[in-house]
Each structure stands twice: as C-alpha cells, then as structure tokens.
Write a protein that binds this ligand. Structure first.
Ligand code: OGA
Ligand code: MN
Length: 288
C-alpha cells in the first residue's frame, strides 16, 4: 500500500489520508511517512478521534525514542510521554501571546535541551471555537531565500539557546512560570544553519525567544539580528496555518520548521492537545 498525501497549495504542510494512528505503521508505510515528513515539514492526519494515549505513544515510538516532560503538572496521569498543552490542566500550558497584538513565540521544540526534539506529534482532543491556530514556517525556504552574503554569515554563526528566553516570554504574557524551576537547564549552543540528516538540505535552526545569544556577539547585537531574521524567516509566504478540528493529529519536523501558537481565551472554552515528543538521535551538523 502507499499513503495518500495531499499537498494542496501550501509551501509546507500536507494532509495524509488512509493512515490511522491507532496502529503501529509497517516499515514500508513508516518509510513513506518519514519521506513525506521531510518533504512537507508538517503532516496532518485528520479524524484520529478514537486514538488512545497508548496508541499515540506506540505510533510515536515507531519514529524514535520519546521524551518525558519535566513540567510535572503537564503530563497525562500514568502517561508521562504525553505532554498536555492547553487550558484544561492545573494551570495553562501555552506557547501563545496573551492577545492578538502580542509577539509570537517562534520555536522548534526542545532546542534549549541537550537532546532536542526531532519531531513532535500533537493530537487535538478539544479546540476552542475561536483562536488557538498553530503556525508553521519553512526553514528551508527561509534559508534558500536569504541573500548570498547573509547565507555565508548565517553558515558561520553559533546560537545560544536558553529556556530563560522562553520563561521570560511566558512571564510577559502574564503566565506563572515559578513552578517551572525544574526546567532551568544550562544553555546549549547549536549552529544557526543545520543540515537535515535525511537530505543534507540546509535549514535555519533557532527560536525568536529561546535563542538568547550568538557566540562572539553582544546580547544587543544578537537580539536585533534574531529579530530581523525572524521577520524574514517566519514571513507569511513561508507559513502554513493549521486551524484545528478535534481529532486532527499534526506531526512536524523540528529539524526544518519553526512553529508558534496563536492566542485564544485561556479562561474560555477548553483547548486540550496531547503532544508526544520524539527525541533527536542524529548529531546536529553544520554545513558550509
Ligand atoms: C507545542 C506547541 C503550539 C500550540 O505543543 O510544542 O508549540 O498551538 N504548541 O499549542
Ligand atoms: Mn512547540
């Protein structure tokens, strides 16, 4: 069999039909999913309402080892592999600005950890009627469209990533980050341009809040460079906006896309998303 991928009209993002996350994919299907994930960056699997936490974990494990969240109020009881994002828990778990005018938090999952996330799978259990879309931006296109002198510069840079950048962003959005003290790992440095392990293609690798420095630069220089780079890299032409339906499962390739949550009413209708996080197993390699 082969999977059906509908690319529609997006720079990134494709819909995969005829795959149910309730079954662990056979090797041949897994290979097709892996290829499509690299090619399209974001894969949407609609109508996965009936998928249980055990099944989501088993499907995700076929892609690689999973991370267990250290945000201790944010995992599903009995399933530490499932990180619950949304407003249905003890306190909100969100990566979105507080309101429409707020700055987005563009990121790639776990870039601030020694073992970042290679891919993430988010399954929508409850979605609010308004807001809470997720944006994705193609970091192949972002790199490819930089002027040549900027590409050469970016190829040479090493970026410092630290959870403090994310926590101070969340603080600014009025969220309580005190309870997240256990996340304060030391900063990690990665090349700004990484080669995708499956293709060798270059992708920008950073986050606009979590990337807090550039090796050899002052904090001010780094901040303004990262902010200009974000404006280019996350421009609407490189984006796919996912408007969630209950039962959508979205798998993205953290090696080549950034993503950002958009605002919704945290005190309003429930938003509950179950995330499994697949760990990076390849070395983060610079190119050029
Ligand atoms: C995530 C994430 C964005 C959203 O789960 O990693 O960034 O829209 N989510 O919930
Ligand atoms: Mn994320």
């Amino acid at each position: 069999m082969s999977i059906t991928v509908d690319k529609s009209h997006h720079t990134i993002g494709a819909v995969v039909y005829d795959v149910s996350l309730s079954k662990v994919p056979k090797d041949i299907v897994l290979g097709q999913i892996e290829d499509a994930l690299e090619e399209h960056g974001v894969l949407v699997f609609p109508k996965q309402h009936a998928v249980t936490p055990e099944q989501q974990i088993a499907f995700s494990l076929a892609l690689g080892p999973l991370d267990v969240t250290d945000v201790d109020y944010a995992f599903l009881p009995d399933h530490p592999e499932i990180f619950v994002v949304g407003n249905t828990g003890e306190q909100p778990v969100t990566f979105s600005p507080a309101d429409e005018n707020g700055e987005l938090e563009w990121h790639t999952d776990h870039i601030h950890l020694a073992v970042p996330a290679r891919a993430s799978l988010l399954l929508a259990k409850a979605v609010p009627p308004i807001g809470g879309d997720t944006l994705f931006a193609c970091m192949y296109s972002a790199y490819d469209t930089l002027p040549p002198d900027q590409q050469i510069l970016c190829d040479s840079l090493e970026v410092v990533n630290d959870v403090s950048g994310l926590l101070s962003y969340l603080d600014d959005q009025g969220l309580d980050t005190e309870t997240r003290n256990n996340e304060r790992d030391s900063p990690v440095t990665w090349p700004l341009v990484r080669a995708h392990p499956r293709t060798g293609r270059k992708a920008l690798y950073f986050g606009n809040q979590v990337s807090v420095g550039i090796v050899g630069w002052t904090d001010g220089e780094a901040k303004s460079f990262i902010s200009q780079l974000t404006e280019h890299a996350c421009a609407p032409t490189f984006q796919y906006r996912h408007k969630w339906q209950v039962g959508d499962a979205v798998l993205w390739d953290n090696r080549r896309v950034l993503h950002a949550g958009t605002p919704y009413d945290l005190a309003g209708a429930p938003r509950e998303m179950h995330r499994t996080t697949i760990r990076e197993t390849e070395k983060i390699r610079r190119v050029g």
